[in-house]
Ligand binder design. Sequence first.
Ligand code: CU
Length: 195
Amino acid sequence: MAHDPFRLTVARTAARHLAGVFALGLFTAFLAWLPASPAAAHGDLVSSDPPADGVLTALPSRAFLTFSDSITEVREIAVSGPDGSVTNGEPTVAGAEVQQTLWAGPAGTYTMEYFVVSADGHDVRGQIRFEVGLGASASESDVTAGESGASAAAGTGTDWRQRGRDVALPGGVVMLAAMTALALLHRRRERAEPG
Ligand SMILES: [Cu+2]
């Protein structure tokens, strides 16, 4: 039975169909994953001073932002606290580091927003939060709430590309599964009406 030439041909054709569709599915999955890869070249925020979620005794006179790639343009650096903006003058850039002079400010929660252009021409924007003067006096629950809020805020700025990549790969796999299902359906139809 295994040597029936007709059955062998049908099986071979079906196998070839499946292999082709499978390869196409893999290629689609690969393509879906590929565009996210250059994210590694983006000038993402690597560190800052004050650090994200940091608790400081006093507001420093300068803030620093260090990126993973050279910065070619600073669109905006905005630092503000309980009394509003403490951004003092224009920011300066040296390679991958951006520096911003600050006015004095009261204790409380501060946000530092950044909007820069990295060497590869892409916009890099986001924000971090930090606390001034609350280290000793704030209750534990206040600090916890502040920190989780800060992480969420920082996440929107720096992690969305990574999130895009995480979504792209499963998307390709779903496409692959759909194509395999179509191929199986196709094969069943071939069997139903031979010739
Ligand atoms: Cu980029």
